[in-house]
Design a binder for this molecule. Structure first.
Ligand SMILES: [Cu+2]
Length: 140
């Protein structure tokens, strides 16, 4: 009897080890599958900008998380005011980006503090003082 019990205990141990190895493989596969989704869970905003303003004019973000902003410049280079360039400025977070006429540009910044902030184009049409060139950044 004793000699039969010993191999049984060993096979139980190896069954547990095989089970743990299997769980590890499943966990690693799940992590690899989910990684791109976790990385893209940060905030994203796509904004069109032209002489008639921002569309949309609101960005939602989370404090401490990067937000990727894609600016689509609808204007061409023949605008006398700023040559068709537009900008995205948020002084509170040191953001000052520009996009060339008829170009699309994506940049990332991290709002560090919750609150409501103004973003604006400081290049054309009166810049910050023009209500059409202003938008709202809401950080939760
Ligand atoms: Cu502008």
């Amino acid at each position: 009897m004793k000699s039969k019990q010993a191999p049984k205990a060993t096979s139980k141990k190896s069954a547990i080890l095989i089970g743990l190895a299997g769980l590890t493989v499943v966990a690693l596969a799940a992590a690899m599958f989910l990684a791109p989704y976790i990385r893209s869970a940060r905030s994203e905003a796509t904004l069109e900008i032209s002489m008639s303003g921002w569309s949309p004019a609101v960005i939602n973000a989370k404090a401490g998380e990067p937000v990727a902003v894609t600016m689509i410049n609808m204007d061409n280079q023949f605008h006398t005011d700023g040559g068709g360039w537009h900008g995205f400025t948020v002084p509170a977070f040191g953001v000052d980006e520009r996009v060339a006429p008829k170009q699309t540009r994506t940049f990332t910044f991290t709002p560090t503090k919750a609150g409501e902030y103004v973003f604006y184009c400081g290049i054309c049409c009166g810049g910050k003082e023009n209500p059409f060139m202003r938008g709202k950044l809401i950080v939760n």
